[in-house]
Design a binder for this molecule. Structure first.
Ligand code: NAD
Length: 480
């Protein structure tokens, strides 16, 4: 029998949720070969026809959203409502791409005194999409939708930590598309490496951790990549920030949605020294209202377990270490009365106070349910410390004065700065998302996220050499 990836529920670790077969190198080779054979036919259908097929594919998934949300919650430990939200959002994004892609990908032509210039957008060929477990549906669709719209064929390899819902979604989508245009393979590093290094793969789109990204980049060699990596997002509360319950609830969830396991979670909080006590009080109150730790399928739960026992041990060690170095862990929120916490990988959420700027929980991506609180002494201090990190994915500025917030935002080394919010509530389909510094390169979302999957090519007839043109020396450089 072939090897399988089995997934157990992180909230009830004895519960087997399902399994998928591991794809060996031969299988990866066969799938990439089939996707390559299909690419000319798919690229030959016009952008409008492809967009129409993508809409039909979205319709095929729509009736399954509730079932898929439950499956995703059980395999990933994410709260059911969040899973349903992610699935719905992924279809919204797919339809948005279908609407926008034909215009973004259209040929543009100029014909003037300098000559005739045609710009075309050509697909790459087979795109390998390697995705993490923490938002597996939207992160897969962020690659599948624009890549297919641009005329590429796609092979997706989801994380073995959450392969089940992605497998079903990809199969539903593929069933509504021409044969071999979209495929899914399974496994971990071996399957991923076989896919990335395959000679017929023409572009690699990867979301995950930095260490894996280095292996992916090495295997990709000269194949172009999009790398969406981790973040250590700072939250800059200016001295006029609104600390009333509503924004505070939003800020708490910006750190603790998906138990803090989000690339763009609010990961370092900087509060004005003069407002420290007021902030702690407001934050603890807000957390009491919105944070309820428990089984992701239970009503009223807003935070589930972390993904694995290793993740739970890693986050616990970060918190214990910070406390051992003089910090204090303030407990946040409530526990759902019906949940047996010892049955899953649950980590109680904490706010860490009294930690130094050099503490591991401040300088590294904690990727779990704890967040350090630091004090600052004004804008310049704040910007310098926010920018001191090697990662540059997201950041947020909180102020009653929007102009001031935007001024500060422009000083931040981050690919996406949120104003008066952070994390998913601050996203927009039209706003490109991606990192600077060591958080990666390339963009998802927005028109840039569609253009990422098309190569801009030129056809040029210089005016001098067109019929009736003035001619020019055989060695002349152009002047326009
Ligand atoms: P990971 O790096 O462990 O795994 C990501 C994917 O790479 C998985 O599918 C994995 O099987 C695959 N993989 C592992 N080794 C490989 C290899 N040698 N070659 C090819 N593929 C290989 O990441 P994870 O733990 O699933 O996700 C967490 C990380 O992802 C965090 O750092 C988080 O910040 C980051 N992330 C970034 C974004 C973003 O948009 N920037 C979004 C979500 C998560």
């Amino acid at each position: 029998m072939s090897e399988r990836v089995s997934r157990y529920n992180p909230a009830r670790v004895r519960e087997l949720v399902g399994s998928v077969p591991v794809s060996g190198a031969e299988q990866v080779d066969a799938v990439v070969g089939a996707a390559d054979a299909a690419r000319h036919g798919w690229a030959g259908t016009g952008p409008l026809e492809r967009a129409a097929l993508l809409r039909t594919a979205a319709e095929a998934v729509e009736p399954q959203l509730d079932t898929l949300a439950e499956l995703l919650a059980r395999e990933s430990g994410k709260v059911r409502g969040d899973c349903r939200g992610e699935l719905g959002f992924a279809l919204t994004y797919l339809r948005w791409v279908a609407d926008r892609a034909p215009a973004v990908l259209a040929d543009t032509e100029t014909d003037d005194a300098a000559g005739r210039l045609l710009l075309t957008r050509r697909p790459y060929g087979v795109v390998a999409a390697i995705t993490p477990w923490n938002a597996p549906i939207i992160l897969s669709l962020l690659k599948i939708a624009p890549a297919l719209a641009a005329g590429n064929t796609v092979v997706v390899k989801p994380s073995p930590l959450a392969p089940l819902a992605v497998d079903r979604v990809v199969r539903l989508l593929a069933g509504a598309l021409p044969t071999d245009v979209l495929h899914v393979v399974h496994g971990d590093a071996a399957a991923g490496a076989a896919l990335v290094g395959h000679p017929l793969v023409r572009k690699v789109a990867f979301t995950g951790g930095e260490q894996t990204a280095r292996a992916v980049a090495a295997a990709a060699g000269t194949t172009p990549t999009v790398l969406e990596l981790g973040g250590n997002d700072p939250v800059l509360l200016l001295d006029d920030a609104d600390l009333s319950p509503e924004p505070m609830r939003r800020l708490v969830m910006a750190s603790f949605a998906t138990s803090g396991q989000v690339c763009m979670a609010a990961k370092r909080l900087y509060v004005p020294r003069a407002r420290y006590d007021e902030f702690v009080d407001a934050y603890l109150r807000a957390a009491e209202e919105v944070l309820c730790l428990g089984d992701p399928l239970a009503e009223g739960v807003s935070m589930g377990p972390v993904i694995t026992a290793e993740a739970a041990a890693r986050v616990t060690a970060l918190v214990d270490g910070a406390v051992a170095r003089g910090g204090t862990a303030l407990a946040l929120g409530r526990v759902h009365p019906g949940t047996e916490l010892s049955g899953g990988h649950f980590v109680a959420p904490t706010l860490l106070v009294g930690v130094g700027d050099d503490d591991p929980v401040v300088v590294s991506e904690q990727f779990g349910p704890t967040v350090p609180l630091l004090v600052h002494d004004g804008e310049d201090d704040l910007v310098a410390r926010a920018n001191a990190d090697e990662l540059g994915l997201g950041a947020s500025v909180w102020s009653a004065d929007e102009e001031r917030a935007f001024r500060v935002a422009k000083r931040l080394e981050a690919g996406f700065v949120f104003v008066n919010t952070h994390n998913r509530t601050g996203m927009a389909l039209r706003a490109p998302f991606g990192g600077v510094k060591r958080s990666g390169h390339g963009r998802e979302y927005g028109e840039a996220g569609i253009a990422e999957y098309a190569q801009l090519c030129s056809v040029h007839a210089p005016a001098a050499f067109r019929p009736g043109g003035q001619g020019a020396s055989a060695t002349a450089y152009p002047t326009a």
